[in-house]
Design a protein around this ligand. Structure first.
Ligand code: GAL
Length: 673
């Protein structure tokens, strides 16, 4: 069994991407001195350094990396060592220009940035295996080595290539998946628009077409692209396992749905020894700490609930958005510790020392251009001390209250063209339901629709357009067994081939919801409707309505106006020991909360009155104890009730009955007993 925690790391991970090759060696000694001052425990090294390690084909220069690793080891800093396969050197592309990826409209990318790789290319695969082998042979037993960091953020910036090698590889993938071309024809429904294929050789990637292409082909291409990238991860991982047994292998995920949409992290979570994630705040007007919590919960979920590690976030502003706000005082610590609360075994950054040159010189770092006499540096040192004080929480697990179903394949299918409404966005619904749960102070586990859900009193399905029959049965069993299900509209519509389930919609969910949907009735942009409850309560909604016909379900809210006036808007179905709720429209925040309150009541999910909005309270528990994290994202001091007394780990104070959390501060209480 491969190790699942960084080798030799006895504290929480704290550090960042360290790119000493950008600096003269004289700077390195200052780097490690300051790392020690800040309490850095681990750094990520060598991620972009293939051109330096192999300056010409078959010519290697490991001297500088030897010196870096030795220096770090001498100073007690563990190393997360990169395989530099995200940027092959220019000599490689001069010899193999066809290893540069091609877009769907047939244009080939050029060298000069990063991540421009065709993952089907055999020469790339051979060269990546070679440099990985060299690194593993040289550093596999280096005493500084804590773990391997394969590649960087697979899936971005290029999620799929459409070149001829990919076409050939796609055909092989299809042959393995379907066996015969007739099976492909059947699955893709190619009789539609006369797309029938006579042999595998007829099939291409979904390249530029004059109007919408075959949706099932497009969906399979997404699966193929993800699987192809995963093949390359596995190849490197297997070399590293063979040559450096006992050293965990990871690759940094980007689970935030706003940051990567091409990787099926459920599948990837099973491939890595330790799940690691990168997370950056997106400035889109939404509450960044809620998005952060969602990404952290999703990361923990793809790790199967096991501890994971935040491998990158930023000390302050990034530099790749149109506007990049600096973090406010205390925000970095709140961000870092929110990840820790939700299961991360530390907090790492991009990057250690702010670059002077290159594309990321305006991106914040642990050590800013201004050096140590800066706010960011002082906060970095403070965070290092906080993480040191929290070291006993290692290996404890975050406790979740409810589950939200999520599936990348469904998201991919939902995002294909020609749907009933361009305004319906699966991610938006996932965000909205997550936010409603966050505001009820409920901690969320994400789950795959076919996963065992029996541990959760409440399961929320925000928008799961694609659902296999197996998933439908899973949800029926869950409700029959006593669970409470809350489903949002346009869920359970198609199977894994984007074919509508037989019979009335929603095919996969008809039985469990006790209803059929006769017709979708999406609204025009800006139009709204009202729905009214039995007690006369009115809720507002937009984007989507439906003609719902109850077949066993009771109507709880009814459309008061709009195209579906008089039809059920929100229904409740008792089935076996449990209850299934259905929401057929896009309720606003208040409406969503009203329905959630009813479903939570059915599920007997704890209500948490007395916790102010934006005071985040999360628990981790394990052998070393039970810990309550309270993160105050507001500008007002807050009080958080405590069931049991305990000791606050950052201040050392004891607390009983409640803990005071000053405005913008974080408190972590080890609960007694
Ligand atoms: C990440 C990437 C890092 C750095 C960072 C900047 O996506 O892995 O190398 O570019 O973004 O925010």
């Amino acid at each position: 069994m491969p190790e699942t925690t960084p080798k030799g790391l006895t504290r929480l991970a704290f550090g960042g991407d360290y790119n000493p090759e950008q600096w003269p060696e004289s700077v390195w000694t200052e780097d490690v001195r300051l790392m020690r001052e800040a309490g850095v425990t681990m750094v990520s090294v060598g991620i972009f350094s293939w051109a330096l390690l192999e300056p010409a084909p078959g010519t290697y220069d490991f001297g500088w990396l030897d010196r870096v690793l030795d220096l770090l080891h001498d100073n007690g800093i563990r190393v997360d060592l990169g395989t530099p396969t995200v940027v092959p050197p220019v000599w490689f592309f001069r010899a193999h220009p066809e290893a540069l990826p091609v877009t769907a409209d047939g244009r080939r990318y050029e060298f000069g940035s990063r991540g421009a790789i065709c993952h089907s290319n055999a020469d790339y695969r051979a060269a990546a295996a070679n440099i990985t082998t060299r690194l593993a042979e040289r550093y596999g037993d280096h005493p500084a080595l804590a773990m391997w960091h394969v590649h960087n953020e697979y899936g971005v910036p290029v999620s799929a290539c459409y070149c001829d090698s990919c076409a050939a590889h796609f055909r092989r993938w299809l042959a393995r998946r379907y066996g015969t071309v007739d099976a492909v024809n059947e699955a893709w429904g190619t009789t539609f628009w006369g797309q029938r294929y006579g042999g595998f050789d007829d099939i291409n990637p979904p390249r530029l077409t004059p109007t919408v292409g075959n949706p099932a082909q497009a969906l399979d291409y997404k699966r193929f692209a993800d699987a192809t990238i995963r093949e390359n991860f596995r190849a490197e991982r297997d070399i590293l396992h063979r040559l450096a047994p006992g050293v965990p292998v990871t690759t940094n995920f980007m689970t935030a749905l706003s940051q990567c949409d091409s990787i099926d992290y459920w599948a990837w979570g099973r491939e890595v020894d330790l799940v690691t994630n990168d997370h950056y705040l997106i400035t889109d007007g939404r509450r960044t700490h809620v998005n952060l919590a969602m990404a952290a919960d999703l990361t923990r979920s793809v790790a199967g609930g096991a501890p994971w590690l935040l491998l990158e976030h930023s000390t302050s502003g990034v530099n790749w958005q149109p506007r990049n706000p600096a973090k406010t005082p205390g925000q970095m610590a709140r961000n870092s510790l929110a990840h820790v609360a939700r299961g991360s075994e530390g907090a790492m950054f991009f990057q250690w020392r702010q670059s002077r040159r290159g594309a990321e010189k305006f991106h914040s770092a642990m050590l800013p251009h201004g050096g140590t006499d800066t706010r960011v540096w002082r906060e970095v040192v403070g965070l290092g001390a906080s993480l040191d004080a929290l070291r006993e929480i290692r290996a404890t697990r975050t406790v979740a209250d409810v589950a939200v179903l999520w599936d990348w394949h469904s998201w991919w299918a939902q995002n294909l063209e020609w749907r009933p409404s361009a305004d319906h966005d699966a991610r938006e619904r996932a965000d909205a339901f997550y936010e409603a749960l966050y505001d009820r102070h409920l901690t969320v586990d994400f789950a795959h629709p076919e996963a065992d859900l029996s541990a959760y009193p409440l399961v929320v399905v925000p928008a799961l357009y694609l659902m296999t029959e197996a998933a439908g049965h899973n949800l029926t069993r869950y409700v029959e067994g006593g669970g409470t299900l809350l489903v949002s509209y346009f869920s359970g519509i198609v199977d894994e081939h984007d074919a509508v389930h037989e019979g009335a919609c929603p095919g996969a969910l008809r039985d469990v919801l006790g209803l059929t949907v006769e017709e979708f009735a999406p609204l025009l942009e800006g139009d709204t409707v009202r729905v009214t409850g039995p007690d006369g309560t009115g809720l507002a909604a937009d984007v989507w309505t439906e003609f719902v016909v109850p077949r066993g379900a009771e109507t709880v809210w009814t459309y008061a106006d709009g195209p579906a006036a008089g039809y059920p808007a929100v229904t409740r179905h008792r089935l076996g020991e449990g209850t299934a709720w259905y929401v057929s429209t896009r309720l606003d925040t208040g409406g969503l909360d009203a329905v959630l309150a009813r479903a939570a009541e059915d599920a007997r999910v704890p209500a948490r009155p007395g916790l102010p909005r934006d005071v985040e309270v999360v628990r981790r528990t394990g052998e070393s104890g039970s810990y309550l994290f309270a993160i105050n994202h507001t500008g007002t001091d807050a009080k958080v009730p405590l069931d049991t007394p305990g000791t606050e780990l950052l201040t050392g104070e004891t607390a009983a009955g409640r803990i005071e959390v000053p405005a913008g501060a974080v408190r972590v209480v080890r609960l007694d007993g």
